[in-house]
Design a protein around this ligand. Structure first.
Ligand SMILES: Nc1ncnc2c1ncn2[C@@H]1O[C@H](COP(=O)(O)OP(=O)(O)OP(=O)(O)O)[C@@H](O)[C@H]1O
Ligand SMILES: [Mg+2]
Length: 345
């Protein structure tokens, strides 16, 4: 569990220190006091990435050069310094040349009040969800994702350039195909594992009238090399790579109909089921539950779903939960409360 978190020049915080306990930790305060930022810092500490932005530069406090997150998780001391020009990692005070060992320290699942976009939003949000879980479960996935993204970016740059030749574009096909095959393989495995877990979680929260189905839809045919060759005319015309795992999607249906057409409550429940499935998958994979970060979600749920969610969260998991008020909290529930802003006592 996360016992101690120190941050410096992180979003609105010049300097801040927080202590957490096992089980439920509530981060309580009015709007804009840095509640979500504290959850984000816990995620950056463990995973070196933010669930809110793909650009770490965004989370450095305005006017500062770099940020520092420093904390103890599962008996390990983690330190991460980031600036646009320099990144530094230390595990138990030993500087790390790569992130490989550092990232083994802990896993995270992030629940957010904007998770409804996982259901109704574009495919890139579902890919990001899958990637965030896959990177944690499988260290090789991170490398494959980085190689694929680089090869795709280079190939697209050449496609956009009016002077480049097709032969030059094709030079990126080999790394694209190789890393792409790894991504597809891992995503098929992951979606296959997540589906029954999401169905169980969905039944538990919704009462289970309509069945959730989830189909992985690859962004290329079964033979990626052949799809890439076939797409030559289209890629040239549109000046971008039109097939590949960057076009994968995860089609979600409820009672046979597209989930995105469901009511807001149905979509929120579905999104919760996906997050719970991710948490259960990581717990089963590693034998210990991930750190659960829940950003402002209880206020959005009705009493039945709120109670069901609290019941469904692994009792062994440490939970950091942000909220602006405590009215929703069931009586008798034991929680450590961290107050931010004008509530501070
Ligand atoms: N890079 C940054 N530098 C300085 N301040 C920032 C930066 N990024 C965000 N902020 C500010 O940090 C403050 C806290 O944001 P945060 O989202 O953590 O608040 P919150 O307590 O979760 O609020 P809410 O209850 O509305 O969700 C905001 O006022 C925001 O404008
Ligand atoms: Mg917030």
């Amino acid at each position: 569990m996360l016992t101690e978190l120190k941050i410096r020049h992180f979003r609105c915080f010049e300097r801040f220190e927080a202590h957490f306990t096992p089980g439920l930790n509530l981060i309580l305060g009015p709007n804009a006091q840095g509640k979500t930022s504290l959850l984000e810092a816990s995620c950056v500490l463990l995973r070196l990435q933010s669930p809110r932005t793909s650009r770490l530069a965004d989370i450095v406090q305005h006017g500062q050069r770099g940020l520092l997150v420093d904390g103890h998780y599962a008996g390990k001391h983690l330190q991460f310094y980031y600036s646009e020009h320099r990144k530094k990692l230390a595990l138990d005070s030993v500087e790390q040349p790569t992130a490989t060992d550092y990232l083994q320290a802990g896993r995270v699942v992030w629940f957010s009040n904007t998770d409804i976009d996982l259901i109704r939003g574009a495919g890139d949000l579902r890919r990001r969800f899958l990637d965030f879980v896959a990177v944690q479960a499988n260290p090789d996935y991170r490398r494959a994702l980085r190689d694929y993204t680089r090869a795709l970016r280079s190939r697209n740059l050449l496609l956009k350039s009016p002077t480049s030749k097709w032969k030059e574009v094709c030079a990126f096909d080999a790394p694209l195909l190789q890393s792409g095959a790894q991504l597809t393989h891992a995503r098929v495995e992951l979606t296959t594992a997540l589906k029954p877990l999401a169905q169980l979680a969905h039944t538990a929260i919704s009462g289970g009238v309509e069945k959730l189905e989830a189909h992985y839809q690859p962004g290329a045919g079964p033979d990626f090399a052949a799809s890439l060759a076939e797409a030559r005319m289209e890629d040239t015309r549109l000046r971008l790579t039109t097939v590949g795992p960057h076009r994968d999607d995860w089609e979600l249906t409820l009672g046979g109909r597209p989930a995105a057409g469901g009511s807001e409550g149905q979509q929120r429940t579905l999104a919760l089921a996906l997050r719970l499935a991710a948490a259960r998958f990581l717990e089963a994979h590693f034998g210990t539950p991930p750190l659960l970060l829940l950003d402002d979600i209880f206020g959005e749920l009705d009493l039945v779903r709120r109670t069901a969610l609290l019941r469904e969260l692994s009792p062994a998991a440490q939970q950091l939960v942000t909220t602006t008020q405590l009215e929703w909290l069931p009586l008798g529930l034991d929680a450590h409360v961290l107050r931010l802003g004008s509530h501070e006592s």
